[in-house]
Ligand binder design. Structure first.
Ligand code: UD1
Ligand code: MG
Length: 461
């Protein structure tokens, strides 16, 4: 059974005090709204497709740009006269072949697809299903008003319109519902704004359903995290921690050993083999794969990387767009930039930067070095303080270093240049011409020794 899904995202988000529309603030690296659209997408897949309608208003252009290319129809709401008015704007975009319409909020990001699906099923195209939650402090929320026996739902009363007795009710409406599409059209068209906020309240349709004898189902949510909204930077940070906890627990259930699930951040997808260990304060972004037995030291930032089995990343490394071979050792304080490809057992030490370079098995650059646009052979030893001068101010050039080359400390390899297999470069050399295989190149001023030289002494005053 296919569904219409309306995602409300026109509100201003005043309390964020930001120029960015609220629903575009990021949670675990993705806009809040994207979390909701992804949940809607998953639901659409299990419910034979969905027609998703996004209501935009505040910051409409920016929101539309973010969802461009996704299977979402945007409808503008201006001015914003309340949640009922928002759904009124969506009515022309609803598909009447879908008997159920689900309403979600763009700023309530952690709704699980299974919970939304259960709400759709509770509606079944003929009942009005409300997602509810019991809160210790219900202030600000719409209260679920029931009959004297506490059985039948009679309506929702908004906090600002509620009596003292009604404000004592702790069962509240989460902002998510599933309604029969045809009835929703009728009800929403009949909404009035004679209330405390002079708004068109979507929640007034509950009393209309009751009056028509349409059954109203209040479905409690088990995990309150799913219905928490974001209104302020503090709430955004709190939800971030809850989501990170969810992700950390899922990884730990799969056997990943996190030193501390409270000091772990995943802003994307992390795929781990068995026996992976991750120390505190590591941030993963994009798509990262860690092979069996990989160890990640404290305080690394790792984005879009593939780290093979047995590799060890020591603390304080920054890795982006790189592949690390099996058994490699990286860091501490190393930087792997896009296009860095390390073979098996490669060693990259402290303050070494690698960009767009391939290092074959067993190559080592252990201290204070730069390798950019280079092809480095197997077992190469690249000395401390050596760099590839890959940029002539206009273009980038390659450096090719053959297998078993030994490069001393503080060398400058001025690209384009090729060092043949087994060549040796003396420390302090500036290499501007190719070095043939098996030779020694020394390109530095010769040492002079001046006999009998006396040091200047301080003049007496
Ligand atoms: C709404 C509910 C309240 C519920 C609460 C849960 C109504 C009248 N009240 O109240 O019962 O307990 O959510 O969080 O529905 N929006 C628009 N256009 C508008 C107004 C709002 O798109 O004109 C969007 C907002 O961007 C937001 C959602 O609708 O995503 C909810 O709006 P909000 O103003 O937060 O409603 P509440 O007053 O919190
Ligand atoms: Mg709200």
């Amino acid at each position: 059974m296919a569904v219409n899904i309306v995602v409300m995202a026109a509100g201003k988000g005043t309390r964020m005090k930001s120029t960015l529309p609220k629903v575009l603030h990021r949670l675990a690296g993705r806009p809040l709204l994207q979390h909701v659209l992804d949940a809607a997408g998953t639901l659409g897949a299990t419910h034979a497709g969905a027609n998703t309608v996004l209501i935009v208003g505040h910051g409409a252009e920016a929101v539309e740009a973010v969802v461009a290319g996704q299977r979402v129809r945007c409808v503008r709401q201006a001015p914003q006269l309340g949640t009922g008015h928002a759904v009124q704007q969506a009515l022309p975009a609803l598909d009447d072949r879908h008997a159920t319409t689900l309403i979600l909020n763009g700023d309530v990001p952690l709704i699980r697809p299974a919970t939304a699906a259960a709400l759709v099923d509770a509606c079944g195209g003929e009942r009005l299903a409300l997602l509810t939650v019991e809160l210790a402090d219900p202030s600000g929320y719409g209260r679920i008003v029931r009959d004297a026996g506490g059985q039948r739902v009679l309506g929702i009363v908004e906090h600002k319109d509620a009596s003292v007795d009604e404000r004592a009710i702790r069962e509240v409406y989460t902002g998510m519902m599933a309604a029969p599409t045809a009835a929703l059209r009728r009800w929403v068209a009949a909404l009035r704004n004679d209330n405390a906020q002079r708004e068109y309240y979507l929640t007034d349709i509950v009393a209309m359903a009751v009056a028509e004898g349409v059954p109203v189902v209040a479905q409690p949510v088990a995990d309150e995290t799913e219905v928490l909204g974001v209104n302020s930077p503090l709430q955004l940070a709190e939800l971030e921690r809850r989501l990170q906890r969810r992700q950390a627990e899922a990884l730990m259930d799969a056997g990943v050993r996190l030193a501390d699930p409270a000091r772990f951040d995943l802003r994307g997808a992390l795929h781990c083999g068995p026996d992976v260990e991750i120390d505190v304060g590591v941030v993963f972004e994009g798509t990262v794969t860690l092979g069996a037995g990989v160890r990640i030291g404290a305080h690394c930032v790792i984005r879009d990387a593939d780290i093979a089995a047995g590799a060890v990343i020591h603390p304080f490394c920054h890795i982006e767009g790189a592949a690390v071979g099996p058994g490699a050792l990286v860091g501490p304080y190393a930087r792997l930039r896009p296009g860095a490809e390390l073979g098996a057992e490669v060693h990259i030490g402290n303050f070494v930067e690698v960009k767009n370079s391939r290092l074959a098995d067993g190559a080592k650059a252990n201290h204070l070095a730069y390798l950019g646009d280079a092809t480095v052979g197997a077992r190469v030893n690249y000395g401390a303080g050596s760099i590839t001068a890959n940029y002539d101010g206009a273009n980038k050039h390659r450096t090719v270093i053959g297998d078993d080359v030994h490069i001393g400390s503080n060398c400058v390899l001025v690209a384009p240049v090729t060092l043949g297999v087994g060549a040796t470069v003396g420390g302090g050399s500036t290499i501007t011409e190719d070095v043939p295989a098996g030779t020694l190149a020394v390109a530095r001023g010769r040492q002079r020794v001046i006999e009998g030289w006396t040091r200047p002494v301080k003049a007496k005053r």
